[in-house]
Ligand binder design. Sequence first.
Ligand code: HEC
Length: 117
Amino acid sequence: MQAHSMIRQASLAVACIGLLASASNVLAQATGKDVYEQTCIACHGVDGTGVLPGIPDLTEPGGRLTKPEELLIEHTINGFQSPGSPMAMPPRGGNAALTEQDARAVVRYMIDAFGPR
Ligand code: HEC
């Protein structure tokens, strides 16, 4: 009897540790919105329309965010300049600490928040 309930308690404890570990993973990982607000908003603006001439309006129908998501992620990581464009998208938005996971999250956020639907 006692052994049985000890095993139950032990497995409950293990389950709790697992939950805590995944909760702290979520906390440590910046959301796409966090990344956008920290690194991208300076150029792309609160509403995605761009703060300066030369920065594309991401909300435009048929615009940048209609490109394949993987390509947008690649351009976020490696930077991008269209032919004749007066201004380039800097690699990682100019933030060397931006991870691939951040790039994936922020591109998804931009598509959800600003993408033409
Ligand atoms: C210094 C200003 C600046 C910052 C900061 C910046 N961008 Fe950009 N971004 C640009 C410009 C300019 C372009 C258009 C470049 C071109 O087409 O020549 C662009 C284009 C893009 C595109 C479209 C690429 C394509 O294939 O057409 C995406 C996606 C993008 N930026 C994502 C981001 C993300 C994500 C961040 C933050 C991590 C970010 N940008 C930060 C200036 C910036």
